[in-house]
Design a protein around this ligand. Structure first.
Ligand code: PEP
Length: 249
């Protein structure tokens, strides 16, 4: 199945009001590539301003709590994100799995709650350098995905999986196209095992040092349905050529 590509930016802990000009520029340029879905996941406090700055453009969050409401100091629910104007959220980013000690069960609960509320979800998985060097990357990442995926195929079209080798995030190192192809093929089988034919409709993104110079090659790789982009999503001058490459690929 050929899926339209999704190019999502992850601004991480970057972005204040003065950066909204970049967001406006990205949103305006994205309009030139109607075949590509483009989104920016910004810090939670910037969501509402981002939505106002670029009406109609997809703004996402970088995390969500699994509970609807309650005594969860500092957390944000799916309902709150929707209320602020977000249409999607990242869950299970490796920086949160590491620094916040998020486990697969928690990531699964977050994905489930977000999908049930109507948000799109980008669920991140990826192996460490140690796991790759030990020849365990495929096993580790497919196990991680199986344990992080919701059990039922609720709105599978609103779910994307991002394969992000941890050693490639923010390092300038990129997985080889052969390795990406092999991993995405394994993730696709995992999705079809879980969701049946609907698993073919889940987009699988690559993430890890995607830049204008390597995007075209990555997007031409089989089973790559888009990208999750960190550093290169902060400036329109970097991000727009990646969107353009997705339109070609
Ligand atoms: C990310 O944060 O998900 C990411 C892939 O970052 P970068 O593109 O900077 O490697």
């Amino acid at each position: 199945m050929t899926l339209s590509k999704l190019v999502a930016g992850n601004w991480k802990m970057h972005g204040v009001s003065s950066d909204l000009d970049e967001l406006r520029a990205i949103s305006a340029a994205a309009g030139d590539y109607p075949g590509v879905d483009v989104a920016l996941c910004v810090p939670a406090v910037l969501i509402e301003r981002a939505v106002r700055a670029a009406p109609g453009f997809a703004i996402g969050a970088q995390d969500v709590h699994h509970a609807e409401k309650g005594a969860h100091t500092g957390n944000v629910s799916a309902h709150m994100l929707l209320d602020a104007g977000a249409t999607l959220t990242i869950v299970g980013h490796s920086e949160r799995r590491d620094a916040q000690r998020e486990r697969n069960e928690e990531v699964r609960a977050k994905a489930k709650a977000a999908l049930a509320s109507g948000l799109g979800v980008i669920l991140c998985v990826g192996e460490s350098l140690e796991q790759r060097e030990a020849g365990r990357a495929l096993d580790c990442v497919t196990t991680q995905l199986a344990a992080s995926l919701p059990e039922t195929p609720e709105r599978p079209g609103s779910l994307a999986v991002a394969y992000e080798p941890i050693w490639a995030i923010g390092t300038g190192r990129v997985a080889s196209c052969d390795d990406i192809k092999e991993m995405h093929g394994a993730l696709r089988r995992c999705l079809v095992d879980r969701f049946g034919p609907a698993g073919s409709g889940v987009r699988i993104l690559y993430g890890g040092s995607v830049k204008p110079s390597n995007a075209a090659e990555i997007f031409r790789t089989p089973d790559v349905d888009g990208a999750l982009v960190g550093g290169a999503s902060l400036k329109a001058a970097d991000f727009v050529p990646i969107i353009a490459a997705a339109a070609q690929g």
